[in-house]
Design a protein around this ligand. Structure first.
Ligand code: F6P
Length: 559
């Protein structure tokens, strides 16, 4: 097998990195501005900017020249990115460790093209589930679907975890201004009883709809929460017969749904070729459809589908997801950055970083290649973030003056969904100011001059100047959209999904399995049995034995 680092294109980038190592962002801007002014050509901003599907990416504040970009694109081409994308879209087994295709793109396929798995077109099944979801959502939204006392539903509680929680939660929050006025949405994921208890407290079982969302319907946390929700419901005057009006399931496992006691007539299915973290486009998106309605959900799918068409048809050098992936590879593999910050300057996107963490790190947090051999290069960075401007008053100190260089994605909508006074102008100003400050920094000379102009004495200047100096040269992307709506949200999510896929193609890893979550699950279930049993344990290491035995002992004392 050709490893990524043994490709000549990788080595060419490595050599180029050395040539580029000492060139700063400010120098790159200065050189490009001089050249464009002399030649009457394009500014650096114009040169490194891409527009597609309602999104505009400014990637000029990165350590790259036209040559870097060319070399990165050559690496993508040599890594068969186009063929690998085609294989995914066409239903090939792109998840070999689980023997499955990954066809989240079929879920939002708005064309009339068939998509085949094992020789069978999956599109009719997808359309049928979408129609059932639409019919159900319309009945709930219009108040035709009644609870057991004859009242319309007012509250929807989604019980799920990971991909069965983060996607719908993020999207319902992101599109809150488009949501139905009567309906409130709640999401319970954590097995900590505080989550379900605090959510159900104050809700009326007679007007609450519970969605139990689990691809496998075997996830411990989700089942524990679903059982507690059912007990809460049955503790009201409701009876078993009323469960059908208040509990629905979203799953691929009809047998387990029936065993839990939910009528499979009230189940919305999907398929094993939909990965959990890619499932928002399937029936897992039910909370979003209930919130925004079937027509807007259709817009959401359309935005993602348009990004699907873009990633397949745009040349690699003008391809948004490919560009984001190549920058990620550039910083992670050639400039040693180990973390990526995502900062949406849009309060409605406040759960977007959490959603991206699962999408990115569960997909590409891998240490073996597709064929099982060890990876010798860095794979996924740690992805994290918070909305701006909050992050500025918390962790941006480290991004500006810490010892790590953290490439940052700023995301901003130009039009506010909540226009109040000057709020949006201030939000935009802060977003643009951060990327400028990160890039330019502030030299010691500038700090000294500013302090002298303010009349500060030499001693104080000497003590403080280094503390007040910003190194700058910190890279960022800025992604702009006109406004955050179902279409642009769909496009934004698909942009990052494909970014993750292209990274995986370059690293030659499988982005669609997640074996790394299994060991903890196995151990938790045997430790749960030991805690239930309450007997002193000796089978673990001394730390784990000690913790378990201490917990058992303390519990005995409390009892
Ligand atoms: O534990 C990880 C994981 O398998 C995720 O990949 C998935 O999104 C989540 O658990 C929930 O799984 P399920 O939808 O089957 O309950």
């Amino acid at each position: 097998m050709t490893t990524p680092e043994s490709r000549p294109e990788w080595q060419a980038l490595d050599a180029h990195r050395k040539e580029m190592a000492a060139t700063t962002l400010v120098e790159l801007f200065a050189a490009d501005e001089a050249e464009s002014t002399a030649a009457g050509g394009r500014s650096r901003f114009e040169q490194f900017r891409l527009d597609a599907v309602g999104l505009s990416l400014d990637f000029s504040k990165n350590h790259l020249t036209a040559r870097t970009h060319e070399l990165l694109v050559e690496l993508a081409r040599a890594s068969d990115v186009e063929a690998r994308l085609a294989a995914m879209f066409d239903g090939a087994i792109v998840n070999p460790t689980e023997g499955r295709p990954a066809l989240h793109t079929a879920l939002r396929n708005r064309s009339n093209e068939p998509v085949e798995v094992n020789g069978k077109d999956v599109m009719p099944g997808i359309r049928e589930v979408l129609e059932r979801l639409s019919a159900f959502s319309t009945r709930v939204r219009e108040g035709e679907w009644k609870g057991y006392t004859g009242k319309a539903i007012t509250d929807v509680v989604n019980i799920g975890i990971g991909g069965s929680d983060l996607g719908p939660l993020m999207a319902v929050e992101a599109l809150a201004p488009f949501a139905h006025e009567r309906l409130s949405f709640h999401f319970v994921s954590n097995v900590d009883g505080a989550h379900i208890a605090s959510t159900l407290k104050g809700l009326d079982p007679a007007t609450t709809l519970v969605i139990v969302a689990s691809k496998t319907f075997t996830t411990q946390e989700t089942l524990a929460n679903a059982h507690s929700a059912r007990s809460w419901f049955l503790d009201s005057p409701a009876s078993d017969a009323d469960i059908a009006r208040h509990f629905v399931a979203v799953s691929t496992n009809a047998e387990a749904v029936a065993a839990f006691g939910i009528d499979t007539d009230n189940m919305f299915g999907f398929w094993d070729w939909v990965g959990g973290r890619y499932s928002l486009w399937s029936a897992i998106g039910l909370p979003l459809m209930l919130a925004i309605g079937p027509a807007q959900f259709e817009r959401f799918l359309a935005g993602a589908h348009a990004m699907d068409k873009h990633v397949r048809s745009a040349p690699l050098e003008a391809n948004l997801p490919v560009t984001l992936a190549l920058l990620s590879v550039w910083y992670g593999n050639f400039r040693e950055s180990r973390s990526q910050l995502v900062a949406p300057y849009e309060q409605y996107l406040h759960r977007f970083p959490a959603y991206l963490q699962q999408l990115t790190m569960e997909s590409n947090g891998k240490r073996v290649h597709v064929d099982g051999t060890a990876v010798n290069i860095a794979t996924e960075a740690v992805v994290w973030g918070e909305p701006g401007t909050n992050g500025q008053h918390a962790f941006f100190q480290l991004v500006h003056q810490g010892t790590h260089v953290i490439p940052t994605d700023f995301i901003l909508a130009l039009e506010s969904l909540s226009p109040i006074g000057e709020h949006h102008l201030l939000l935009m100003a802060n977003c643009f100011a951060q990327s400028e400050a990160l890039m330019k920094g502030k030299s010691r000379e500038a700090v000294v001059a500013e302090m002298q102009a303010a009349g500060i004495g030499d001693n104080e200047i000497e003590q403080l100047a280094n503390h007040r100096t910003f190194p700058g040269d910190r890279p960022s992307n800025t992604i702009l959209m006109q406004r955050l709506d179902p279409y642009t949200l769909g496009s934004l999510i698909a942009l990052y999904e494909h970014k993750v896929f292209v990274e995986a193609a370059i690293w030659d890893i499988n982005p669609f399995d997640q074996w790394g979550v299994e060991l903890g699950k196995q151990l938790a279930s045997s430790i749960a049995a030991e805690l239930r049993d309450g007997q002193r344990v000796t089978v673990h290491d001394s730390s784990t034995n000690g913790l378990i035995n201490y917990a058992i002992q303390q519990r005995n004392i409390q009892a």
